[in-house]
Design a protein around this ligand. Structure first.
Ligand SMILES: Cc1cc2nc3c(=O)[nH]c(=O)nc-3n(C[C@H](O)[C@H](O)[C@H](O)COP(=O)(O)OP(=O)(O)OC[C@H]3O[C@@H](n4cnc5c(N)ncnc54)[C@H](O)[C@@H]3O)c2cc1C
Length: 295
């Protein structure tokens, strides 16, 4: 009798789970990935279409398989220390999935483009221990369920909700979130981690002037070695000032500060990098941002 496996969430983790099931199944297995996004493998991290958003680890660290370390570099035609555009990683995952599904006659696979609203123990006219109920009204039988939901969407602090003087983007990764920011805008980014670096790169390319603030005032650590980049980053419009001591009560003051010349107390910690962060940014990116900070 077929085993029904339901994977809730088709980002990187859910798609990787499906890839391994499709590769390894030796008896009849029906796999359903329930994911509202049209394309599997994207999630927040790999859904970006901006080629300046790169993987934050070298290609050699991104294989889908423990027992085949060069799978990703072979697929990408890259060297082990290259940094590949993040959007391509989702393409890689989808390629691997479709290859294994096609090669394994034990596997039946489907992507249900919906959200899971509820999981019931017991039967709703389906012959399995669990029933997964989706936003489009399907009851899907499951013998086993994998929750690959990642983190919830960012929450919006109260002080952001009450701030109405300028448009606020609460989730920069939401589709089209940056579209409301005009060319040549002054943009304040609260937080100076890897998401800040990506958003600053995107906005700077469109001519926006970007200021980053965070409580520690540190930028992500840079990788020591670097391979091939898909193309050079263009950061001529980017100026970053990382400031320690950010407090929410000063929000209005921060946003109303003149951009040029920056007040003296900007940039106190601007050239430090966060050696405690688990991931880093590329030397090139880090150097460009440091240079921008020094202007
Ligand atoms: C900007 C950014 C860059 C990153 N870069 C890297 C990198 O270069 N290398 C690296 O190794 N890691 C990177 N990461 C870490 C990355 O998040 C993980 O590697 C990986 O993407 C996490 O996969 P996930 O499947 O857990 O989450 P996600 O890929 O976010 O997938 C979760 C999925 O669950 C779905 N979902 C949620 N709720 C439901 C529901 N109720 N019903 C159905 N579906 C649901 C969502 O739609 C989403 O697609 C990055 C993270 C971010 C935010």
């Amino acid at each position: 009798m077929a085993q029904h496996i339901v994977i809730v969430g088709g980002g990187a983790a859910g798609t990787l789970t499906a890839i391994h099931l499709a590769r390894d199944a030796r008896s009849e297995t029906k796999v359903a990935v329930i994911e509202p996004r049209a394309q599997l493998g994207t999630g927040v991290a790999y859904g970006t279409a901006d080629d300046s958003h790169l993987l934050n680890v070298p290609a050699s660290g991104m294989s889908a398989y423990d027992d085949d370390a060069t799978s990703f570099t072979r697929w990408a035609g890259s060297s082990s220390d290259d940094f590949i555009a993040r959007g391509r990683y989702a393409d890689y995952l989808r390629t691997e999935l479709s290859t294994h599904v096609a090669d394994n006659s034990h596997i039946t696979f489907r992507h249900v483009c919906a959200t899971v609203n509820r999981i019931d123990v017991g039967k709703h006219g389906v012959a399995a221990p669990y029933t997964v109920i989706t936003s489009d009204g399907q009851n899907i039988a499951a013998d086993a369920i994998v929750l690959a939901l990642s983190n919830a969407a960012p929450t919006v602090p109260d002080w952001v909700r009450s701030f109405t003087a300028a448009p606020v983007v609460a989730d920069p990764w939401a589709p089209g979130a940056l579209d409301q920011i005009g060319v040549d805008a002054d943009v304040l980014c609260v937080g100076t981690g890897l998401t800040f670096v990506d958003i600053a790169l995107s906005l700077a390319r469109h001519g926006a002037r970007v200021t980053g603030v965070s409580r520690h005032g540190l930028l992500p650590e840079v990788h020591e070695t670097i391979g091939k980049l898909p193309r050079r980053q263009h950061l001529s419009h980017l100026r970053v000032m990382c400031c320690a001591g950010f407090a929410h009560k000063t929000t209005g003051a921060w946003l109303s500060l003149p951009y040029d010349p920056p007040p003296k107390w900007f940039g106190v910690h601007s050239l430090q990098h966060n050696s405690h962060s688990s991931c880093g940014m590329l030397v090139d990116t880090g150097t460009s941002i440091d240079t921008a900070c020094q202007k």
